[in-house]
Write a protein that binds this ligand. Structure first.
Ligand SMILES: Nc1ncnc2c1ncn2[C@@H]1O[C@H](COP(=O)(O)OP(=O)(O)OP(=O)(O)O)[C@@H](O)[C@H]1O
Ligand SMILES: [Mg+2]
Length: 465
């Protein structure tokens, strides 16, 4: 068993398939030849035996009785009729001339009717022959014999022929098995080679060549899904690279400013207290900015939530909590919250901390872009569950609309305000992880409108576990 396992590990699949296929075909070839040989041998022998019985029966029908002794003795030639002799049951009745065919105790028993007829293989003047002994008349036996070398030769020739055919079959099976395994497994070999190349070069841009035409078998399907997987891998690798490149690029500016301020502060002796305070405040602000940016990046980089953190959340309560926090944070902006009564009891599977981030990012933007004393209207409606946040700020220009969810994207009008352009990218990612769609549009009458639509998983509290 262990040796077999080791063998399986060491031999490539192609060799194993070739060997298994060849062995099966070879076994069938040998089996068929053996069966054919057995049938041919049986038929040839049976013909000879039938002939002997015929001769004996003919004599029995022609003559009721016959004196003991040789009836016909010339069967030394191949084409001659059968040698025939009559043997009595009692030895005292034996003729004076010697018998031609061997007479034994069994022959006497057949003559006496104590034994059924039988066949024997004998030699007649140096040639192989077959003899049939049967009862004749009351107390005699008839013995008929024929040279059997023609039959024996036929059997031998048939055997040789079948052996040759079986040998050729085995050879052919080997060749066929090898060729079939080779051509049949060629796509698998290509797949393996590509996978190995990818593992060695870490180049997810490689693809497996698919055979032309619409020929669909398991291997093609496997190759196709392998290619799809590679495409996704490539995309995710590219996205990661872009995120890292974007992040390092975006971090450079605040870090440079931070260093300048730090260097400035290092020369405290030459600064007036006012300058020192300004530099310290700047340093503080920049540190906060960088910290929040790094936090956002970490948030963005971890994509899917592990299922373990999921719990049933009540969106109405979460929105109320976020609006209350925003009111604290932006005292100059009025938040107008309208929660439809049918949404109060609804729950959905989600990660509360992440949903809070999503809501507060959108609320934060609305407040940030609102004019002083402006109003932000927040509504939560049911079936399907939908949250809208609308402000009365400058709104989003049509050319910016497709990009506001991109990482680090900030419309030129927004560059004067603090921010890194990560907020909405993160918000959309969280929305997608919760099976929701976050979209931006221009509100009729000015301002921006953000809409968050939950597609599935929303249940009323009574149904929730
Ligand atoms: N309510 C809004 N009104 C007008 N423009 C908006 C509004 N919300 C977002 N935008 C535009 O979309 C851009 C991207 O928003 P996002 O929240 O991603 O970044 P940010 O607010 O500039 O920075 P951060 O949220 O990372 O601090 C903003 O810079 C702004 O140009
Ligand atoms: Mg923002």
């Amino acid at each position: 068993m262990r040796a077999h396992a080791r063998w399986r590990r060491r031999r490539p699949l192609r060799t194993r398939l070739a060997l298994a296929g060849s062995a099966a075909v070879a076994l069938v070839a040998i089996g068929v030849c053996l069966a054919a040989f057995t049938i041919v041998r049986y038929e040839l022998r049976h013909q000879l035996d039938l002939h002997l019985v015929q001769q004996a029966t003919m004599l029995q029908q022609q003559e009721r009785s016959h004196p003991p002794g040789v009836v016909y003795g010339e069967c030394g030639y191949l084409a001659a009729p059968a040698c025939t002799q009559i043997v009595p049951a009692a030895t005292r009745l034996d003729p004076a001339e010697p018998y031609l065919l061997p007479v034994t105790a069994e022959t006497r028993q057949v003559a006496a009717g104590q034994r059924p007829a039988y066949y024997t293989d004998i030699q007649i003047s140096g040639h192989p022959a077959r003899m049939y002994t049967a009862r004749f008349g009351g107390t005699q036996a008839v013995q008929v014999a024929l040279r059997s070398d023609a039959v024996d030769r036929g059997v031998r020739q048939a055997g040789e022929l079948m052996a040759a055919v079986a040998g050729a079959g085995v050879l052919l099976a080997g060749v066929l098995g090898y060729v079939l395994a080779r051509t049949g497994l060629a796509p698998v070999a290509r797949l393996t080679a590509t996978a190995e190349r990818i593992a060695a070069t870490r180049d997810a841009g490689l693809r497996i060549e698919l055979p032309p035409g619409r020929h669909e078998d398991e291997v093609t399907r496997l190759a196709r899904s392998f290619n799809t997987m590679l495409g996704e891998l490539e995309q995710s690798v590219t996205a990661q690279r872009r995120l890292v490149a974007d992040a390092s690029h975006e971090l450079r500016t605040p870090l440079t400013a931070l260093r300048t301020n730090a260097e400035l502060l290092a020369r405290t002796d030459r600064l007036t207290p006012a300058q020192r305070d300004r530099a310290a405040a700047g340093l503080n602000r920049q540190l906060r900015e960088v910290t929040s940016m790094v936090n956002d990046l970490i948030e963005l980089a971890r994509d899917e939530e592990p299922q373990l953190l999921l719990e049933r959340v009540r969106p109405a309560a979460l929105v109320e909590h976020c609006v209350a926090a925003a009111r604290d944070h932006w005292p100059a902006v009025a938040f107008d919250l309208a929660v439809a009564p049918d949404t109060v009891g609804l729950t959905l599977p989600g990660v509360p901390a992440r949903l809070v981030r999503l809501f507060s990012n959108v609320l934060d933007n609305a407040a940030k872009f609102s004019p002083a004393g402006g109003t932000v209207e927040v509504t939560l409606t049911g079936s399907p569950l939908q949250l809208t946040v609308r402000d009365h700020g400058p709104g989003i220009a049509p050319e910016d609309l497709p990009h506001v969810f991109d990482r680090f994207y900030r419309a030129s009008a927004a560059r004067a305000l603090p921010g890194s352009g990560l907020g909405l990218a993160m918000a959309r990612q969280i929305a997608q992880a919760h099976g929701a769609a976050l979209t931006a549009e221009s509100a009729p009458g000015g301002g921006a409108l953000f809409r968050l639509r939950f597609a599935h998983g929303v249940t009323s509290e009574a149904a929730a576990p």
